[in-house]
Design a binder for this molecule. Structure first.
Ligand code: RIB
Ligand code: CA
Length: 316
């Protein structure tokens, strides 16, 4: 199997952590780096959470620190505390690693890997698109070197911050507009499908029964999410893990290509992803939009990926 080189850009909170675990144990991916961005919680937490998790599971994958604030706006209003807990991982406390972050910034790491991978690098952003936009602005030739971007964000219909705006796009709409206009092949995994990607207490028990270090971490995070949901919060929605899954296996969802742009103004509409379902805008479609989810296939994939950690690598 030819492993596909990817960079996962994350604002490691609870669902990001599960996505990172599924990705780390997916044999299809050659994860060249994780890059961190402010989003669910402050950059210091999203970065520490990512580094601690990856090192705790025994991986030496580069973790490069990214943007502390959006491209233009002065600050970000975290979705964090209620949804992800004060430091982003709910009730999970990971050992603090003494290993360092990668010496380059997220932007320079994306560019470095794009050059190394010679046009084959794929990006999987699962937080605000700030780092991606900054990288494209700093290195315009990136547009020809990124094979595709499969990102979690937006929605054809609805939102979770306002009724029109999803958090990752709402947090940095100017960054999203830059990405939509970049010409890089795009796939948007938005709330239309991620709101259907809920894991249950039964799924949690199955995963916990696998008994490996990563499976127990996933189960602990899922228990936090299910408890949050029982108290009126968000369900155990696998927004980010589904995005990794779609990058690996696009048949997990049904997609249609549309012209998509991002609203950057409006007190209540900023961050809205405008999905042009007609030729009214006469713009060429620029983004595949996931519209329907095969939940059974998704659950089989994520459980299979988590279970891989119990399989000894072939060379042992
Ligand atoms: O709206 C859901 C997205 O916002 C997910 O990526 C979640 O981790 C938060 O970043
Ligand atoms: Ca995220």
């Amino acid at each position: 199997m030819i492993k596909r080189p990817v960079i996962i850009d994350c604002d490691t909170g609870t669902d990001d952590a599960i996505a990172l675990i599924a990705a780390l144990y997916s044999p299809e991916l050659d994860i060249r780096a994780f890059t961190t961005v402010v989003g669910n919680v402050a950059l210091k937490y999203t970065s520490r959470n990512t580094l601690n998790l990856v090192r705790h599971l025994g991986f030496d994958t580069k973790v490069a620190v990214g943007a502390p604030k959006p491209v233009l706006r002065e600050e970000i209003i975290y979705s964090g505390n209620k949804t992800h807990g004060d430091t982003g991982l709910g009730s999970l406390v990971l050992p603090e690693t003494d290993k360092p972050f990668y010496e380059k910034t997220a932007v320079e790491t994306i560019y470095e890997e794009a050059v190394t991978c010679g046009g084959e690098l794929e990006l999987i952003p699962i937080g605000p698109l700030t780092n991606i936009a900054l990288a494209v602005m700093a290195h315009p030739d990136l547009k020809e070197m990124i094979k595709q971007i499969v990102f979690m964000g937006g929605a054809k219909y609805g939102g979770n911050i306002t009724t029109t705006s999803e958090f990752n796009i709402w947090a940095d709409p100017e960054a999203a507009r830059i990405v939509f206009a970049s010409g890089i092949p795009l796939t948007m995994v938005g709330l239309d499908v991620t709101r259907k990607a809920a894991l249950s207490s039964q799924d949690t028990a199955e995963i916990r029964a696998m008994g490996t270090k990563d499976a127990v971490i996933v189960a602990d995070i899922l228990d936090f999410m299910l408890d949050r949901h029982a108290k009126g919060g968000e369900d155990a929605l696998m927004h980010d893990a589904l995005t990794v899954g779609v990058c690996i296996n696009p048949s997990l969802v049904k997609m249609t290509k549309y012209y998509v742009d991002c609203e950057c103004s409006g007190k209540y509409t900023s961050g809205h992803t405008m999905v042009a379902a007609t030729k009214l805008f006469r713009n060429e479609p620029n983004c595949f939009v996931a519209e329907e989810l095969d939940l059974t296939a998704f659950k089989a994939w994520i459980k299979g990926a988590i279970a891989n950690s119990a399989k000894k690598p072939r060379f042992l």
